[in-house]
Write a protein that binds this ligand. Sequence first.
Ligand code: NAD
Length: 411
Amino acid sequence: MTPFEQTNFYLAKAFAVANLGADVERMLLTPRRELQVKLVVQLDSGAFKTFTGFRVQHDNARGPFKGGIRFHHEVNLDEVRSLASLMTWKTAVVDIPFGGAKGAVLCKPAELSANEKQRLTRALVRALHEVIGPDKDIPAPDVGTSASEMGWFVDEFELLHGFAPGVVTGKPLALGGSLGRDAATGRGTLFAIREILRLAGAGEIAGKTFAVQGFGNVGAWAARLIAAEGGRIVAVSNSRTGVYNQNGIDAESLWLTYQKGEKSFAAGAGEPITNAELLAVDCDVLVPAALGGVLTAENAGRVRAKYIAEAANHPVTPEADEILRKRGVLLIPDILCNAGGVTVSYFEWVQNAQRATWTELKVNAELELKMAEACRSVWSLSQEAKVDLRTSAFLLAIQRVVAATRLRGFH
Ligand code: NAD
């Protein structure tokens, strides 16, 4: 299945319960706009290179389109379409007034200088500026982009349209970024795990064991915050290496190594393990926080965790989802589990609109309210409709998008 087919596979399961009719279903599956742009950029060598960019605007019934921009050499339109659709459902699950979008530029960011990335970002803004804006479509960082690109993005957009800090989120603090954005997806994952464990009658995070795949922005924050709440991190990995220690790994010392960018990740923290072994570690909660498609039909049978918190986007294939569900593993779906990032992006957009700055305490407290409320709504709908949490999350999101669409009137 392609990424877009995977997303639509899950939507189809929710459609089977929602009973909306073929016309509405088709409308929900179809992106409103798909742009492909060609960006001619001068490299530091003086030569010109043409890059291909995409922006898919999936749905805006509940508010402006919202979603990140990825710089990666392997991305394609199908994947961008899938990620744009996921954003529609993610923003609806946490009930923030946005729709869904995603963008990408085919490039190898590691091979571009900062000046080249700046020229590429500015070229992208010039190509997209008529269809984006604080009330139209609000990009953000994604794989291969960061606050730096968002700073250049807002500057180029403002050269064309005047002051408009809300045109992108994930900006540097000095340009209107929000406190707490860095930690937001990992923190949201913590809140989702905490709430779902309680709702499942499984108690608290303290005393439970966790395996975290990926120690980047999301995985590192999730691991640190889980450990701070008394959870025991027994396994951690990144793209190069992994470590296992049944007595617990000190997430703070790993964090120091990560911040220094050291390659000797986790040296001395426990026994080395591979990423494949990490997924099968004996623990209460497995947190895939790296890539999509890591749990498949081939390895799902070896998972020993009782809970899986999908901090990454689509880490579980539909085939693995089926196997894990039959084995009684409770999955916290990505559109709920990792929605903390876009939620704090929304807080950033609100602060920009209000010309206000929230304290980190306020950001985190509001995030907890949003995540806990979303978890409770997904949980009660799953009980009511007798479906798993993923189907329930899609069902809740669909209901909200359809309600907004109907009230606008079909035309
Ligand atoms: P990141 O680049 O900061 O970190 C990714 C981590 O995964 C790194 O530790 C990297 O070494 C590791 N990794 C890469 N390839 C791997 C492999 N083959 N096996 C094991 N580990 C591997 O990225 P991030 O921002 O932490 O994002 C992680 C995931 O979360 C992605 O799926 C992303 O789409 C999703 N996500 C991120 C955010 C956010 O706010 N950053 C929001 C929602 C979803």
